[in-house]
Every structure is written in structure tokens, then in C-alpha cells.
Design a protein around this ligand. Structure first.
Ligand code: IPD
Ligand code: CA
Ligand code: CA
Length: 271
């Protein structure tokens, strides 16, 4: 029988407290001028707020769980954990201090702190927190998914034609004639519409609440999706790679949905 692991529940509660505290601080930091710099190009940005929030979260985790490993986006030493297909053993924390940095810089209130916890490479619980809206999405394996404590579930759409989908640009593919443009071409005229909202963690959570029906994206990193995957799975959704096989953190392609349209979505994207 599936059961809720008490140890994972303790970790989830810690993660919830950490992101709420970090969120308060992030809102204070937003009142000051925000300095940004480009990472690989003009669509891949980081601010000093990303770095401060990340250091704050990592400090709390190191203090409370010194034996756990951490993979966080802005850590310049993160390459030692770059292979999550053969991950380090035991519990690991995967952190995106601000998912949706471009929205954050442009003061679009759609970004989140994302903290996923994995065991032997697979997400076991996660929290995605939009500090401006105070929307806290959380889930743990076999425990269901929640938004601010209320249970959430994927939508009931059965056809692509009634589906609202989301996607996004991988930073390396920010160019004309990119793969994404080709995928959008395949969807146009079949789905209800497509959104590019700018925070992959929240896209997965919006599939989990039924606001979106599906999401597809190439080139995402583990920190973009580690928390969102478990939240969506626990809300009844499905996450695979573009071949329709189980998605593993670190894989190049990701397709997520309410499960009911999954096969059709994978097939449209592959045709
Ligand atoms: C980005 C967001 C965006 C996705 C990009 C990611 P960041 O993360 O999740 O939605 O399309 O590929 O890099 O840089 O804001 O943490
Ligand atoms: Ca991100
Ligand atoms: Ca980020």
C-alpha cells in the first residue's frame, strides 16, 4: 500500500518554512534597485537577488541537514552534480532561487522560489512559492498536491482541441527558426491556445491546478522542474520526455499534462 513517509514530511515542512522566509526577504529586496547581468545571452539573466536568496536557502539547509547534497542554479561549483541521471545517493535539495528571473526584473508578478527534494534521483517532495501572490504549491509522494493547503487536481480535458498549453524558450535556443518555433507550428490550429508565461515551475503547478492542460519545453534544468514535477504528479498529472517515457531529471525534453491528453500531445510534437 502507498503511504506517506514521515521523514519526507519533515523535509517538506522545513522546505515550506524556508521558502516562506526567503519570500519575505525577496519582497524587501525588490524595493531596492535590481542589478542584473547576462549569463549566456540577453535572455539568460541573473540578479544579485537570485544569489542572495540562494545563499540564504543553502545556509538553512546546510545547518539543518548537513548530510544532504544541494544543487542550486547560481552555485558556480554545481557542475559536480551535473549528472542526475546517475545522481548522488540519499536526499538532495534542488533549488531555483528565482524561477522567472526575467519576469522578476521586469516586475511582472509571476516568478517563484522552487525547492525540490529528491531521493536517489527521484523527486519525493517539493514547494513552489510565488511570494507576491503568496501562492504556495506543495506536494509529497503519496500525499497529494496542495495550493495554500487546499487539495489541487489536474483538469478534465480529453482532447487537444480543448487544451490550453504552455511552453518556453531554452536560453540556448533564443534565435530565429528555433526548435520551439517548429513545435509551436505543430500545435497551432490544434490546441485552444499556447502561452509563454516565463516560469517553468509555475507552468507545472498550473497544469496541476487545471489552469493549463499541458506544458512542453526543451532544455530545462533540474532546478526548473524538480519541485513542479512532484506537485503535478501528485495532482494526477503525467511528466515524460518527448518520446513518452518516464522523465528523469536532467533529460533534454519534457512533456507534462493532465494525463488524459498526454498521448495526443506527445504524438503532435513528434509528427
Ligand atoms: C527560466 C524559466 C522559463 C524557461 C527558461 C528558464 P529562470 O528559468 O523557467 O520559464 O522558459 O528556459 O531558464 O532563468 O528564470 O530561472
Ligand atoms: Ca529557472
Ligand atoms: Ca532562476
Amino acid at each position: 500500500m502507498n503511504h506517506v513517509d514521515e521523514n519526507v514530511n519533515i523535509l517538506l515542512n522545513s522546505a515550506i518554512q524556508y521558502v516562506k522566509d526567503a519570500g519575505e526577504w525577496l519582497i524587501d529586496l525588490m524595493d531596492k534597485p535590481i542589478h542584473m547581468k547576462e549569463k549566456i545571452n540577453q535572455s539568460d539573466l541573473v540578479t544579485e537577488v537570485d544569489v542572495k536568496i540562494e545563499e540564504y536557502l543553502c545556509g538553512l539547509i546546510r545547518e539543518d541537514y548537513p548530510s544532504h547534497w544541494i544543487l542550486s542554479e547560481e552555485d558556480s561549483h554545481k557542475e559536480h552534480i551535473n549528472n542526475l541521471i546517475q545522481p548522488p545517493e540519499g536526499y538532495g535539495w534542488i533549488i531555483d532561487p528565482i524561477d522567472g528571473t526575467t519576469n522578476f526584473i521586469h516586475r511582472i508578478p509571476h516568478f517563484a522560489i522552487s525547492v525540490g527534494i529528491v531521493k536517489d534521483g527521484f523527486p519525493v517532495c517539493g514547494v513552489v512559492y510565488n511570494p507576491l501572490k503568496k501562492d504556495l504549491y506543495s506536494a509529497q509522494i503519496n500525499g497529494g498536491a496542495f495550493l495554500n493547503g487546499e487539495r489541487i487536481q489536474v483538469g478534465a480535458e480529453k482532447e487537444i482541441s480543448e487544451s490550453l498549453l504552455a511552453t518556453g524558450f531554452p536560453a540556448y535556443d533564443w534565435k530565429p527558426n528555433s526548435d520551439l518555433m517548429k513545435h509551436i507550428e505543430k500545435i497551432v490550429g490544434k490546441a485552444r491556445s499556447i502561452r509563454i508565461i516565463g516560469a517553468a515551475s509555475l507552468d507545472l503547478c498550473m497544469v496541476a491546478t487545471g489552469a493549463l492542460t499541458g506544458f512542453f519545453h526543451d532544455g530545462l534544468h533540474p532546478w526548473d522542474v524538480a519541485a513542479g514535477i512532484i506537485i503535478l504528479q501528485e495532482a494526477g498529472g503525467l511528466v515524460t520526455n518527448r518520446e513518452g517515457n518516464e522523465y528523469q531529471l536532467g533529460e533534454h525534453t519534457l512533456v507534462a499534462s493532465n494525463k488524459r491528453i498526454h498521448e495526443a500531445l506527445v504524438s503532435v510534437l513528434n509528427n
